[in-house]
Design a protein around this ligand. Structure first.
Ligand code: CP
Length: 324
């Protein structure tokens, strides 16, 4: 177990060693148990986390804020509509100034081609750890909660086939950060990771190459499948959600038109029956109900979406308690 993580940024799990990630999961399980027992765990008393949101959020904001309160500290909410963080304040000013007021800075900035660069620039200018609450490339705290959920629900990831699949959505071109973070993290744990997506919904080549390398090192596997039903076959975990075709076009209308071809990429009971008989269904939420996934699946016996959402709290508390 690696115990010295104070001051570390969490921008992508790929920059943490497997031992360090194991520590996060171990601490998350301990904090979950302590909360269930009503045991005091005010490990961050008098500490403050600044939370910068350039994009809306329900779960991320609520779980970071609740987590800081439960750890005895405070979370300061700053959004781009009511502050100057979206205009005027430079990354250097944000890192320097908020780093002097606070003990950690958490940021959600998902704009394509901007988010990750912005978070890294703030981290460079900050004296306190920077936590990525989702950028254009990564959603590491979602992936940590997903790993915790998979371990709790299905056991050793190295024995599992995890189908990270595209699903159709009509709402908007969602970031590719969730599938990228999941394939990176689950390949570290030796799972058989299957990325199922249409040809126009590729992930970043450098991320896919890292996932392949991770799989090799962990004696797992990584495969890419372009047929929705094929991706379902025998999967222990069906993690299907929409994302945008950023690697194909930067035009939102064109991307929406491309996705129209894949309206039948919806997870329904027939599709879940193609997976392993004990398969579980996961989604980071919010889901486009009856477009990405039918009510019968997301509210049915396969679904673990509420446990998954709850684990955001425990995984993030572990990262905050270890780094801040
Ligand atoms: N899963 C997730 O990040 O949810 P929010 O966008 O509501 O924070």
């Amino acid at each position: 177990m690696q115990t010295y993580l104070r001051g570390r940024d969490m921008i992508t799990t790929q920059e943490w060693t497997k031992d360090e990630l194991d520590t996060v999961i171990d601490v998350a399980l301990d904090l979950k148990r302590r909360r269930a027992l009503g045991e005091d765990h005010a490990l961050l008393r008098d500490k403050v986390l600044a939370m910068l949101f350039f994009f809306s959020s329900t779960r991320t904001r609520a779980s970071f804020e609740a987590g800081m309160a439960q750890l005895g500290g405070h979370a300061m909410f700053l959004d781009s509509t009511s502050t100057q963080i979206g205009h005027g304040d430079t990354w250097k000013e944000i890192g320097e100034i908020l780093g002097r007021y606070n003990d950690g800075i958490a940021i959600r900035q998902v704009d394509w081609g901007i988010g990750n660069e912005y978070i890294r620039a703030v981290a460079d200018a900050s004296r306190v750890p920077v936590l990525n609450m989702q950028c254009d490339w990564y959603h590491p705290h979602q992936a940590l909660a997903d790993l915790l959920t998979i371990i709790e629900q299905k056991g050793d990831p190295s024995k599992l086939t995890i189908n990270m699949s595209y699903a159709y959505a009509a709402s908007y071109q969602k970031p590719i950060s969730v599938p990228q973070s999941l394939i990176l993290l689950m390949t570290r744990y030796g799972a058989n990771v299957r990325l199922t997506r249409p040809p126009e919904f590729k992930l970043m080549p450098e991320i896919v190459a890292q996932a392949e390398e991770n799989a090799k090192k962990a004696h797992g596997s990584f495969e890419i499948v372009e047929d929705f039903d094929e991706g379902m076959r025998g999967a222990d975990v069906v993690y299907a959600k929409a994302w945008g075709s950023m690697l194909t076009t930067s035009d939102h209308d064109e991307s929406a038109k491309i996705s129209e071809q894949y309206k039948d990429w919806i997870v329904d009971p027939r599709r879940m029956e193609m997976a392993d008989e004990d398969a579980i269904y996961m989604h980071p939420l919010p889901a486009d109900r009856n477009i990405e996934v039918t009510d019968a699946v997301i509210d049915g016996r396969w679904s673990r979406v509420f446990d998954q959402a709850e684990n955001r709290l425990h995984a993030q508390k572990a990262v905050m308690a270890l780094t801040m």
